[in-house]
Every structure is written in structure tokens, then in C-alpha cells.
Write a protein that binds this ligand. Sequence first.
Ligand code: ADP
Ligand code: MG
Ligand code: MG
Length: 254
Amino acid sequence: MSKLEIKDLHVSIETEQGDVEILKGVSLTINSGETHAIMGPNGSGKSTLAQAIAGHPSYNVTSGEILLDGEDVLEMEVDERAQAGLFLAMQYPVEVPGVSMTNFLRTAKTALDGEAPSIRTWTKDVREAMNNLEMDANFATRNVNEGFSGGEKKRAEILQLELFKPKMAILDETDSGLDIDALRIVSDGVNRAQENNGMGTLLITHYTRILRYIKPDHVHVFVDGKIVDSGGAELAERLEDEGYVNYEKTEAPA
Ligand code: ADP
Ligand code: MG
Ligand code: MG
């Protein structure tokens, strides 16, 4: 059993106008096997939460805590976070020119585990995971994210999830740009990682569509840098009908 705890997290970014607080006290606990969906309007700070967990240097944690199984994640370097079992799928995955998917995956797996995987099981695991995701075999020889379509990038993320077996995955807008078939394949991959490896999931999304395929145990409404409401899967259905308008700040009359 693993547990990711976020406690009263405040995060600022530096802008030309000075420091701006984006996250204004976020608290959230995710246990192994649980899926928490974070839903909120554009600009509410959802990706900032993902970046802070990942340790992106532009996002300054000014107070609060992030603990993975009691260990202080904020004290860890980015690669140490991954080694500890955190996986972050970026909303905008980066290209790695000149590095093939196979080499990238094997190098990353070696860094994560502290030893190279045995060639035989590794080749089999990669082939199996690619089959699961209905990926063409030539995908393995292409450079990381170079010229990948939106759907291919997402599959490449889920491929990593299947092979790296993280304790906790933070998936930011994994549904964006996917047609319905790709969405189902990607969602099946997330569900498999949960069932097979007991992975906990923080699923960040603007739309409810993906929640038909990945059933959330908890849904949190995120507005203006904070969780303003939490509930079960039924909350997502309500958001689909009503949008976020009931939660948005109403300006006080002058
Ligand atoms: P969401 O993912 O919910 O759409 P973001 O976390 O991307 O929201 O952004 C929250 C707010 O922080 C927005 O107003 C955005 O413009 C601002 N912001 C996020 N990252 C940066 C950055 N690196 N530099 C400047 N502003 C940023
Ligand atoms: Mg606070
Ligand atoms: Mg975002």
C-alpha cells in the first residue's frame, strides 16, 4: 500500500509583475488503487499542481507538504521522485531528438530500478505492452515524441506507465486530442496498471468524457487554485450538466 499526501500546498510562479500565487492551499490524499479526478476550468491551476508534484523548477512551493509513504517529496530531485514511484504524464510531452523509444524506455527503466532489466523479459514486456496499446511495431524505432500525433504521444505515455509500474501516476489532460478508439485504448492501459500494480491515479481533466472509461473513486472540483468541492463519480455527471459556473467566484458589487 502506498499513499500520496498533499497538505495545504501553496505554489507561486514568478512573473514580470512579481510572484503570483497559483495554488492556494491544496490538500488531497491518494491511496494505492484509488483514482482521484481533479476537474476544473482552464487556468484554475490544475497543471500547476501536476508540475509542483513533478518538481518543475518554475513552480515554487511556498508552504505545505507533499509526502509519498511519509517521505518528503519536496526534498527530492526530479529523478528521485520518479525512483520513489511517482509518474507524471505531461500535458505537453517533450520531443527527444535522436533518441529512439526503445533506447529511451530501457535507459529510463534502468535509472528507475537502479539496474538494467534482463534483455529477455524486457523485450517481451515491451512487445506485450505495445500490443496492449495497439501500437505499431515500428513505433519502437522512432525518436521520442518526434512527429508523434496527439494520440501517439498519449499511447507513448501509457506505454511508460505499463513498463515503469509507478506507485502513483499524475495524468494531466490525458484525454485531450484523443478520438474515441484511442481514448478507450489509453483508458484500458490506465485501468490495467491500477489492477495489476495497484497504482494510485490523479487524473486531471477539463472534460468528463474520460471518466466514462476510467471510473473515479473521488471527484474534486478545482477552482482558482483550490479544491472547492469533493464527491463521488456522481459529481462528475453533475459537472457535465452544469459546468463550473456554480463554483466560480462572483464579483462583489461595487
Ligand atoms: P490549468 O491547468 O487549470 O488550465 P494552469 O496551472 O496551467 O491551469 O495555470 C494556472 C494559472 O497560472 C494561469 O493563470 C496560468 O496563466 C498561470 N501559469 C501557469 N504556469 C505559468 C508559467 N510558467 N508562467 C506564467 N504563468 C503561468
Ligand atoms: Mg492555506
Ligand atoms: Mg492544464
